[in-house]
Design a protein around this ligand. Structure first.
Ligand code: FAD
Length: 479
């Protein structure tokens, strides 16, 4: 029998767990930041899964942070929109944001409501149920979140970062000692739009990340470019909502079969990755990139069960044309004629995504600045990734600007940090690594005052009334 029979009981258990682990610990932070002046110790941009995990890891270290989220409460992350998959790819017993707290896991949350038997029967976590779980996680861990605060400017000064947010038509400024960029899979990226789409009217196409209403594809002929998870989910959703047929156009000759990244991500890999040499990181990531990730089993079946889904392999798009209200997609073999095209072509790094990022770009160390790959291992995409410290800090190419107060806690950290961030799997590890790094830096930044506080402490364990001083030994021994 599972010990908690309801969410209420589980929530009581969480309170007990926090009490038993002394969370939050006694306040130790010495900081000059004044909340009333909008000065914060740690600002996290985004309030998705990574930010929630980090906020909890920081709380466990006694550090309070503020999360700034551009969306309204309940709309964080990709789960409601734009994601189209029915279930997560990850296994149901994933720990993710729960860190080391058993009662905060998806598994505990699920079993407390639906029981052990339902758990045994569950295959994969339904996407919207994962979203509901994350909302509950937020409720019980209570991070301080400011909603509808979209970061629009970021300026680095010597000791802090000036953050400007757009909030309901107003501009609000904050100052943070530590700033964490946790804005999701596309934090530093944009949907990848291949060059053959240049000049094609957007009424004929969209990227799979658009999250638009697929009802409008009813009765239409579609093409989907790509073979990733999102290609399958876009295709399946369109067919389920009545698309006449979908041509799936894959550049590969065959689907990849093994998810090598998933196989790699064991605890030893997560723990040791920061010790790998640059060459080891580079070679392994390049290998993973070329090995490719298969679409999930369930998503692929979700497509192939439709008679009007067509998988076309080894199709290299030569060019695309608009013709008589249709789109003509030319490959080396065919001309596919469709009403609409969905690009499941992934993301590409875009350093000019935000004005502030573009301004910082020339100072940020990238892999190409720090590592020279052998000629046969060159890769421009990887070379353009940020070269981070072992604690997710952006590094500066020159000493004029100190970027170490800004942390890249998103998918763009993968080459530097491995699977500690970006996916659910390694998040528990990454959040604790980053929280510990911030705790160290906050202590060291106030080192003298911390030591002084120890010396001046009046936290008496003995008051002086607990004993009587003996009369001199010589006087007593004569009696
Ligand atoms: C469709 C899809 C399916 C996925 N499925 C899986 C899966 O099955 N298993 C797995 O391990 N991983 C999966 N992932 C990868 C990863 O787990 C998710 O992307 C996850 O949401 C990452 O969490 P996050 O907190 O880093 O980002 P998000 O959950 O995206 O949260 C980032 C938040 O930042 C906010 N934000 C963005 N810009 C700003 C700004 N300028 N100012 C303020 N706020 C901002 C956003 O509104 C968002 O709420 C999936 C990703 C996608 C896109």
């Amino acid at each position: 029998m599972y010990p908690q029979k309801s969410l209420d009981e589980l929530e009581q258990q969480i309170k007990i767990d926090f009490e038993n682990l002394n969370i939050p610990p006694k306040s130790w932070i010495i900081s000059d930041n004044q909340a009333e002046k909008n000065e914060v110790d740690v600002a996290i941009i985004g309030a998705g899964m990574s930010a929630l995990a980090l906020a909890l890891a920081l709380l466990s270290q006694g550090i309070r942070c503020v999360l700034f989220e551009k969306e309204k409460d309940g709309q964080e992350g990709p789960w409601v929109k734009p994601a189209l998959m029915q279930t997560l790819r990850s296994p149901k017993n994933i720990v993710g944001p729960a860190l080391q707290f058993p009662s905060l896991t998806f598994q505990a949350w699920f079993k407390a409501q639906f029981g052990q038997e339902a758990w045994e029967q569950l295959d994969k976590i339904p996407r919207l149920q994962w979203h509901t779980y994350l909302q509950w996680f937020k409720k019980v861990t209570q991070p301080h979140i400011l909603y509808e605060h979209e970061l629009i400017e970021l300026e680095v000064n010597s000791a802090h970062t000036q953050l400007t947010f757009s909030h309901q038509g107003e501009v609000i400024q904050y100052q943070a000692s530590h700033t964490v960029l946790a804005m999701g899979i596309d934090s530093l990226s944009q949907p990848n739009i291949p060059s053959f789409m240049q000049g094609i009217n957007t009424r004929f196409w969209e990227h799979s990340y658009a999250g638009s209403d697929y009802q409008r594809f009813k009765g239409l002929d579609l093409a989907v470019i790509g073979y990733s998870a999102s290609a399958m989910d876009s295709t399946a959703t369109a067919l389920e909502l009545g698309a006449r047929q979908v041509e799936v156009l894959c550049r590969c000759k065959d689907f990849p079969r093994v998810n090598r990244g998933k196989v790699a991500a064991n605890p030893g890999y997560l723990a040791s990755y920061s010790e790998w040499s640059d060459a080891q990181k580079w070679q392994f990531h390049r290998y993973l990139k070329h090995a490719k990730t298969p679409a999930p089993y369930g998503s692929t079946l979700r497509v192939s069960k439709h008679q009007n889904a067509f998988f076309n392999f080894d199709q290299h798009i030569a060019h695309v044309e608009e013709h008589q209200n249709k789109l003509h997609i030319y490959t080396q073999d065919h001309c596919f004629v469709v009403d609409y095209l969905i690009l499941a072509t992934g993301y590409t790094l875009d350093w000019s995504k935000y004005t502030w990022l573009k301004q910082l770009e020339s100072s940020i160390a990238k892999w190409k600045d720090m590592y020279t790959a052998p000629v046969h291992e060159q890769d421009n995409y990887m070379a353009d990734q940020p070269y981070l410290s072992a604690s997710f800090e952006l590094q500066s190419k020159h000493s004029k600007l100190n970027l170490s107060q800004i942390y890249c806690f998103n998918y763009s950290a993968s080459l530097s940090q491995g699977a500690q961030v970006g996916m659910i799997g390694g998040l528990n590890y990454g959040a604790q690594t980053l929280a510990t790094a911030i705790a160290k830096k906050m202590y060291m930044a106030s080192f003298d005052r911390q030591i002084d506080a120890v010396k001046r402490s009046e936290d008496y364990e003995l008051t002086g009334r607990e004993w009587n001083e003996a009369a001199p030994y010589s006087t007593r021994s004569k009696q």
